[in-house]
Design a protein around this ligand. Structure first.
Ligand SMILES: Nc1nc2c(ncn2[C@@H]2O[C@H](COP(=O)(O)OP(=O)(O)OP(=O)(O)O)[C@@H](O)[C@H]2O)c(=O)[nH]1
Ligand SMILES: [Mg+2]
Length: 238
């Protein structure tokens, strides 16, 4: 059993490496969004794409067991989206994402959002070739979730606490949620977001802008050093 699982993950890692090489070569910044069902992933993406207003090229891969509902919600913003249905599967894998990439041409500098299947367990084990992982947890889910489902928090670069507009109506200890996230992952950034009111996404949009800038600078620097190496090699010819 353990051997089979290792084999599956090794195969996935090989496909993920291929996706990563392809995305880097294309100058694409990619984010994998992970969360339990209904935490607010698609709503966040829809409002983010509206806020970006077409100034940043973007595309979305949607993962769900069934239906094309989420891809349709994304397309309504004018953003291209591919829906993957995993059937009995409880997570996206790098092979599926590779096929979806074939259908989503994105210009250099574009952002690819991958909304994983709503599940707090399975998606954590599967690298898709993304640059960054963003885990969402809504404030309605309870303080103990980071401790009960540690993997999805342990691998996150950023944790978004969603639906903060509901806090006045809930008996929830936000500091305890943040402490529990920090116990599992002391280096992840934590931001509060609300997709239902003005300015509720400001911190997230700033984070996104900064990550994109840093990533694209890095990719540009890599291209420059490669170009320099090629020029030096050309000069070395008699
Ligand atoms: N009050 C409030 N409700 C929200 C917020 N974000 C999302 N919701 C609601 O939460 C419900 C689920 O939102 P979705 O965006 O579909 O959640 P999801 O994580 O994409 O769900 P799955 O793809 O099915 O896993 C919807 O009824 C949204 O309107 C928020 O910031 N505040
Ligand atoms: Mg969704």
């Amino acid at each position: 059993m353990v051997e089979i699982e290792r084999g599956i993950l090794a195969k996935n890692d090989a496909y993920a490496a291929r996706n990563r090489t392809r995305l880097n070569a294309g100058g694409i910044v990619s984010l994998n969004l992970l969360a339990g069902p209904g935490a607010g992933k698609t709503t966040l993406l829809v409002e983010t794409l509206r806020a970006l207003g077409g100034r940043v090229p973007a595309a979305v891969i949607e993962g769900d067991q069934q239906t094309a509902n989420d891809a349709e919600r994304i397309r309504a913003t004018g953003t291209p989206a591919v829906q993957i249905n995993t059937g009995k599967g409880c997570h996206l894998d790098a092979h599926l994402v590779g096929h979806a990439l074939d259908e989503l041409p994105l210009p250099p500098g574009g952002v690819l959002f991958i909304e994983n299947v709503g599940n707090l367990v399975c998606p954590a084990a599967f690298d898709l070739g993304e640059d960054m992982r963003v885990t969402l947890l809504s404030v309605t889910e309870g303080e103990d979730k980071p401790l009960k489902y540690p993997d999805i928090f342990e691998t996150a670069d950023l944790v978004l606490l969603t639906k903060t507009d509901l806090l006045p109506y809930l008996d929830v200890d936000v500091d305890a949620i943040e402490r529990n996230i920090a116990r599992i992952n002391p280096v992840a950034s934590i931001l509060h977001v609300c997709a239902k009111g003005p300015n509720g996404l400001a911190g997230w949009l700033d984070w996104l802008g900064e990550v994109r800038r840093r990533r694209l600078d890095r990719l540009a620097a890599d291209s420059e050093s490669r170009a320099q190496a090629l020029r030096a090699a050309a000069e070395a010819l008699p």
